[in-house]
Structure formats: structure tokens, C-alpha cells
Design a protein around this ligand. Structure first.
Ligand code: UT7
Length: 334
């Protein structure tokens, strides 16, 4: 920990991810609701998604991803000063999931908090941890995106159940000299559009009752077409603004890792910012939309595949319920 007022550079020094074993294909969904593989693939780019075991909470997936990230970074659990878990599907309302992960991995010196920013959650968690390290409050943080979307998905609603999947990813952040690391993160929200994507019951506004269960109000409700339009606009603007802010152009970026909600959204962003599709890392075909896990799972895979290498400029961009969105520009240093 440092004592002066200088801002420190912060890098991602390790990543890890965990996807449950069970695969649910579009063919499986054809047997559950009135849909087709052809509709799902052409409208979303998704072929299959992973589904967690019924007895497997978000903290368990987070634990698996965190262990891999810590090993990848060569960091002991007791060196972690802070754990941030981004999730929409916490194990329980109380305590927060980060405390549960702390116990599972033995990170006894960390303080723990959850962030709630839906599919943009990993970017929010990244910036919270970045700020704590940059200011010298702590040296090392673990940022996790973990979601069990299968437990808030209405498996009778074909307009949403084909979209989501379960998974977790984790990143270890540490102060590092000699590399720019996380160069800049921009975040934004618009609560006036909250109704377009929500889970109506189960919180303090509409507490759980026999009626809310009968009404299926504990599941995701989404105005897909509207959300689609806002997702494209917000992620396009966020990507452009962060490049302008850093005095860079899209040609300077080696890899764009977007939130993996829909391949058509990603293509539309590419057209708006003049980035060829090859610049994007896309894995939505295999996992669907894993919400807070989506960007960090893709980042971990991109790193394992050597699609991103030391010195590369990586642009992360995400969007989700709230609405909440963000973009982050990183000089990769693994
Ligand atoms: O993570 C951030 C939050 N989420 C997102 O970013 C998702 C954003 N939205 C989307 O990705 C797209 O809007 C969807 C994939 C959800 C839907 O695609 P769309 O092209 O916007 O379709 P639509 O909602 O306009 O529906 C077109 C038709 C409708 O039939 P009619 O009214 O035209 O007869 C739907 O009833 O497709 C029908 N439909 C389906 N058909 C077969 C909706 N879901 C299905 C389905 N299978 N699963």
C-alpha cells in the first residue's frame, strides 16, 4: 500500500473462467417452447448455452473462476485486498455473494462487495476495483462476473428463454509500473428506461407471495426490440467516446470484446464504429448471454486463445438492464 497522492497504473494480471458442464442446445429448446434452431441462430447467433446444476449457486461458479484467475496471476488468496462480485443472481439477498466467495477461496484479508449493473456489471466492478488500487487503498483485487441466468429465466417464454446462459469469469487486478494497464473506463446509466428490462417481483417493491409466483413475476421481462436499439446506440457511443477521450481511433484497437448478448447487436456496433467483424472477439454462439460473466469469460478465452497479447489495445464494451453501460480501454499485459 502506498502513502503519497500519486495515481498508480493498474493492470489485469490474470484471468479465469468457469462454464457449467450441462449444454442446452437450440434443438433442446425446440422441445420446450415454440421455436426453431433457425430462428434462434439467425436472430441471435446463439447455438447453445450452459446451465448450472440446480444445487450450484453463483458463488460456486465464481469460486471456480477465481481459483483459475489467481493461479493464472500467481497470486495467493490471502494477497487479495478486495473482492467485487458483479451479479444479478446473488446466492441470497443477504449476505452479499462476494463474502461467500471470500470464504470459499480463503481470501481472509479482503473486504467484499457486490455490484448490481446487470450485463454491464463486470465493467462497473472493474472500475470500482481499479479506483481502489489506483488511489493506493489496496494493492490487489479480484473482480468477478458470475450469473445463473437459468434461475431467473421463464422457461415458458420463448422471447427470452432462448437468450441466456450461466457462467462466471474472474480477473485479478494489481498496481503495475511500466504498462498503462486499464487506461480509462467510462460508465453511464439511464434509469428512466428501467421498465424495458426487469424482474418485477421479489424485491421490496413487490415482495414474494403466492400470487407473484403464480404470475411468473420472478422471471426476466424484456422488451427485446427496444432493448436491442438502445444496446446498439449506447455501446456505439461508449466505444466512440472512450476512443475520443484517449485520443485514439478504432484502427489503434487490436481487439474489441463486447457484451455477448446477440451477434446482430455486435455486427451493428461494428458497422457504426467502422470496425471489421474480425476485430471483435465473439463467443455468443457457445454460451448465449451470461450477463455479468459475458465480457470476462470472453476476455479469458481471448487471452487463452492468444487472440490478445501483451501490448495489445483491448476495448471492452457492455450494456444491460438499468439501463447501464460502459466501455474500458486496456493495454493488455499478460
Ligand atoms: O444483455 C442485454 C439485454 N438483452 C439484449 O441485448 C437483447 C436485445 N434484444 C434482442 O436481442 C432481440 O430483440 C431478440 C433476439 C430478443 C428478438 O429478436 P427480434 O428480431 O427483435 O424479434 P422480435 O422480438 O421483433 O420478434 C419477431 C417475431 C415475433 O413474431 P411476430 O409478432 O412477428 O409474429 C415474435 O413473437 O419473432 C417471434 N419470436 C419467436 N419466434 C420463434 C420471438 N421469440 C421467438 C422464438 N422463436 N424464440
Amino acid at each position: 500500500m502506498k502513502n503519497d497522492n500519486t495515481i498508480r497504473n493498474v493492470s489485469i494480471i490474470g484471468t479465469g473462467s468457469y462454464l457449467p458442464e450441462r449444454v442446452l442446445t437450440n434443438a433442446d429448446l425446440e422441445k420446450m417452447v415454440d421455436t426453431t434452431d433457425e430462428w434462434i441462430y439467425t436472430r441471435t447467433g446463439i447455438r447453445e448455452r450452459r446451465i448450472a446444476r440446480e444445487d450450484q449457486p453463483v458463488s460456486d461458479m465464481a469460486k471456480e473462476a477465481s481459483k483459475k484467475a489467481l493461479s493464472n496471476a500467481n497470486i495467493r488468496p490471502d494477497e487479495v485486498g478486495m473482492i467485487v462480485v458483479a451479479t444479478t443472481t446473488p446466492d441470497m439477498m443477504l449476505p452479499n455473494t462476494a463474502c461467500l466467495v471470500q470464504d470459499l477461496i480463503g481470501a481472509k484479508n479482503a473486504f467484499c462487495l457486490d455490484v448490481s449493473a446487470a450485463c454491464a456489471g463486470f465493467l462497473y466492478g472493474l472500475e470500482v476495483a481499479h479506483t481502489f488500487i489506483a488511489s493506493g487503498n489496496i494493492d490487489t483485487a479480484l473482480v468477478i462476473g458470475s450469473d445463473k441466468m437459468s434461475c431467473i429465466t421463464d422457461w415458458q417464454d420463448r422471447s427470452t428463454c432462448v437468450l441466456f446462459g450461466d457462467g462466471a469469469g474472474a480477473a485479478v487486478l494489481q498496481a503495475r509500473d511500466g504498462t498503462r494497464g486499464i487506461m480509462r473506463t467510462l460508465l453511464g446509466s439511464n434509469g428512466s428506461l428501467a421498465d424495458l428490462l426487469k424482474i418485477p417481483a421479489g424485491g421490496s417493491r413487490k415482495t414474494a407471495s403466492v400470487q407473484t409466483v403464480k404470475d411468473r413475476s420472478h422471471y426476466i421481462k424484456m422488451e427485446g426490440r427496444e432493448v436491442f436499439k438502445h444496446a446498439v446506440t449506447c455501446m456505439t457511443n461508449a466505444a466512440q467516446q472512450i476512443l475520443d477521450h484517449c485520443g485514439l481511433t478504432i484502427q489503434d484497437v487490436n481487439c474489441i470484446i463486447p457484451h455477448q448478448a446477440n451477434a446482430r447487436i455486435i455486427k451493428a456496433i461494428g458497422q457504426q464504429i467502422n470496425a471489421p467483424l474480425e476485430t471483435f472477439y465473439i463467443n455468443v454462439e457457445k454460451y448465449g448471454n451470461t450477463s455479468a460473466a459475458s465480457i470476462i469469460v470472453a476476455m479469458d478465452e481471448a487471452s487463452q486463445d492468444h487472440r490478445i497479447k501483451t501490448g495489445d489495445l483491448v476495448l471492452l464494451v457492455g450494456f444491460g438492464g438499468g439501463f447501464s453501460w460502459g466501455a474500458s480501454l486496456i493495454e493488455w499485459c499478460r
